[in-house]
Ligand binder design. Structure first.
Ligand code: ATP
Ligand code: MG
Length: 283
């Protein structure tokens, strides 16, 4: 296995970003980029409740995309649709341009098994279902150790979840997703339950993981309620309307990579936050 780089090392150069050639807020502008996933005219109805309304969105390979929208508008539903856990109503389609097994997910709550240690929790998904046949027990353990090191928690490998802080538990959940080597990571408010200090630290850590070529992680789609978090982390921010949700707007973030927490004081950061806040008020 290739030697891994520490999270503290400089990020891979994403300075150009996937959308650096475009100043347009339109998702349909001519693009030089390849799509990882295309959501095509997707509507979704639960019983008599229409949740998604003709959502069309191209998720570009290599981008960090955030999804913002009012509570209950259908953001988690959209992630489940992308993951293939739900199907769109007739007429809609999700086109995966990468194999489905390359898509990982991190939920808002870490959902760790309390009777298993950190390393066992990371290893668990590799040991069940079709994943089990792919690697030997020793390879699975090696992979789990590798992803534990990526999130900087090797010293806590034998700790049980209740012996870890909320931020550490969420890092274990991220390590568990990374252990399966996803090229696309879907995240549903992964830092929503954390205090601001921990949240900001994990925001930057996640960007380092995304930039680290050893992880194989290429594209991230993150649902968040935090405008600041979305601007700090993303190349593009998808604004969803209230239910039945459609794509209201797509905002390009005019900040280069690698991102640092201090960028939150840049005029471009502040003006983008202001612009989004105005749009949220108008929803
Ligand atoms: N399995 C389901 N059966 C019926 N209705 C559902 C189901 N899942 C979600 N819904 C409904 O779909 C709507 C959107 O839910 P969803 O969880 O996607 O919203 P959300 O945007 O993620 O909200 P939040 O920001 O609060 O997490 C809600 O009205 C919810 O009640
Ligand atoms: Mg949700």
């Amino acid at each position: 296995m290739a030697a891994i780089r520490s999270l503290a090392e400089p990020a891979r150069d994403r300075a150009a970003g996937p959308n650096s050639n475009s100043n347009s807020n339109s998702n349909s502008s001519p693009s030089l980029h390849t799509n990882a996933i295309s959501i095509q005219d997707c509507s979704l109805t639960f019983g008599s409740v229409r949740v998604l309304n003709q959502v069309s969105l191209d998720i570009q390979s290599g981008e960090f995309m955030s999804i913002l929208g009012p509570s209950g508008c259908g953001k988690s539903t959209l992630l489940r649709l992308i993951l293939g856990l739900l199907s769109p109503d007739r007429g809609g389609a999700i086109v995966h341009h990468v194999p489905r097994e390359e898509i990982g997910i991190v939920f808002q709550k870490p959902v760790l098994m309390p009777w298993q240690t950190a390393i066992q929790n990371i290893e668990l998904p590799l040991s069940i279902g079709p994943q089990r046949a792919k690697q030997s027990k020793a390879e699975r353990r090696e992979k789990a150790e590798w992803s534990l090191e990526l999130v900087g928690l090797t010293d806590f490998r034998n700790h049980f979840p209740q012996q870890l802080s909320g931020g550490m538990q969420q890092r274990i959940a991220i390590a568990r997703a990374l252990a399966a080597n996803p090229s696309i990571l879907l995240m549903d408010e992964p830092f929503g339950a954390l205090d601001e200090f921990t949240r900001e630290k994990l925001n930057i850590e996640l960007l380092r993981l995304w930039a680290n070529p050893d992880t194989g992680l290429n594209t991230v789609v993150m649902v968040t309620h935090s405008i600041q978090e979305s601007v700090l982390m993303s190349d593009r921010i998808v604004m969803m309307s209230p239910r039945p949700a459609k794509v209201q707007d797509i905002v390009h973030v005019p900040l280069s990579h690698p991102r640092e927490a201090e960028m939150q004081e840049h005029p471009e950061f502040l003006s983008t936050v202001r612009e989004i806040r105005k749009q949220v008020k108008a929803l």
